[in-house]
Design a protein around this ligand. Structure first.
Ligand code: HEC
Ligand code: HEC
Ligand code: HEC
Ligand code: HEC
Ligand code: HEC
Length: 222
């Protein structure tokens, strides 16, 4: 019986099928990558602020404590941004005539708060609370990176759900002594067996809840 299809069509069919699978996989990969990219998450992007405020100068070089400006970080959901009067505690005297500080002086004159551009901004359907984390030994630098080395603040973590869950599944890999929460030099992650054993001891000390609660949807979507 004569063949209806030539041998080569077989190969052609294979190429088409594998080709289609390849295109589908490539498209899926591109979607996942795009979703993770900083274009989508805002990670690493530096924002231009109304005042060229530098954490590197104020916390790294001058050693001002985070809580001097982010006063509510230990007691409430939000860390809070400082009012203009906090800046003026120092800048009435230091660099009082600097042109860089004109927007700060204008804010005080006109009694209008400085409109800082939000660097981190979770969607409203996700619940986050600073005080819970800070009081259980999760350090600023674990989530925010080396803020003391940033001339302009940027988001150092993706803030995607996957990122929250990575720690909520294995908090022993990230917790530290409460006294070290504001220490920018402390390691952001426990890696060696000794460090993880230290992390585990803190889970007990601070009575950190188990995986079941920390990964349950209603913990973060309330
Ligand atoms: C002298 C005041 C001051 C001190 C001290 C200070 N900050 Fe800030 N911080 C600010 C101001 C003002 C902003 C808003 C402008 C900006 O984003 O740079 C800010 C913004 C931030 C942001 C980004 C907020 C957002 O929009 O999402 C983070 C994170 C942050 N600070 C962490 C820290 C940490 C960690 C420390 C301690 C190492 C610290 N800050 C110390 C004044 C301060
Ligand atoms: C505890 C004192 C203190 C506070 C509070 C403070 N600063 Fe400063 N600031 C300084 C010092 C000291 C310098 C000089 C920095 C340096 O070169 O190390 C400075 C420098 C600056 C400069 C650079 C000025 C120039 O001409 O280069 C800006 C801008 C600035 N601060 C903005 C702010 C803002 C905005 C706030 C409030 C969120 C603030 N500062 C709060 C102490 C302070
Ligand atoms: C477990 C991770 C985590 C830790 C630890 C953490 N932050 Fe945050 N921070 C976040 C997230 C997430 C946001 C964005 C919150 C939002 O959009 O509702 C944020 C936002 C901020 C902001 C912007 C204002 C606000 O309250 O939303 C500041 C300022 C800030 N953090 C400072 C700090 C300081 C200072 C520390 C250390 C004492 C700290 N953070 C520790 C995750 C963390
Ligand atoms: C580096 C570790 C770490 C990261 C990252 C982290 N968390 Fe947590 N989270 C913890 C620890 C530790 C606790 C304390 C659990 C306890 O109180 O037992 C906690 C507790 C919470 C709680 C309170 C749970 C309860 O019901 O008592 C919420 C809500 C929460 N986290 C939300 C988030 C969200 C949303 C993110 C991401 C934007 C996030 N967390 C990122 C470590 C982390
Ligand atoms: C530790 C906190 C946390 C827990 C637990 C959690 N989520 Fe989320 N979820 C988040 C955060 C934060 C976002 C926002 C992510 C972003 O902006 O990219 C999010 C986003 C989402 C979204 C929007 C789509 C997406 O992926 O960005 C869905 C749907 C969702 N969560 C469902 C769930 C379900 C279902 C569960 C339980 C199996 C769950 N979440 C548990 C923190 C959490």
């Amino acid at each position: 019986m004569p063949q209806i299809f030539h041998h080569s069509t077989n190969a052609l069919a294979k190429i088409t099928i594998y080709g289609a699978i390849f295109v589908a996989v490539a498209a899926l990969w591109a979607t996942v990558e795009l979703n993770r990219s900083s274009w989508n998450t805002g990670q690493w992007l530096e924002r231009q602020q109304p005042v060229q405020f530098s954490h590197k100068h104020h916390t790294g070089d001058d050693g001002i404590d985070c809580r001097y400006c982010h006063t509510s970080v230990e007691t409430s959901a939000s860390a809070g941004l400082p009012p203009t009067t906090t800046c003026m505690n120092c800048h009435k005297q230091i660099w009082a005539d600097s042109p860089y500080l004109e927007p700060v002086r204008a804010s005080l004159r006109n009694n209008k708060p400085i409109e800082w551009f939000r660097v981190h901004d979770l969607p409203d359907y996700a619940y986050f609370n600073h005080s819970i984390h800070v009081n259980k030994g999760v350090g600023c630098s674990t989530c925010h990176g080396r803020v003391d080395e940033m001339p302009i603040a940027y988001q150092s973590s993706s803030l995607q759900m996957e990122w929250c869950l990575e720690c909520h599944r294995h908090p022993e890999k990230f917790v530290r002594d409460k006294e070290k929460v504001f220490d920018m030099n402390w390691r952001p992650e426990n890696k060696s067996a000794t460090d993880i054993a230290y992390g585990k001891s803190l889970l007990a000390k601070y009575k950190i809840q188990g995986k079941e609660i920390l990964t349950s949807c209603s913990t973060c979507h309330r």
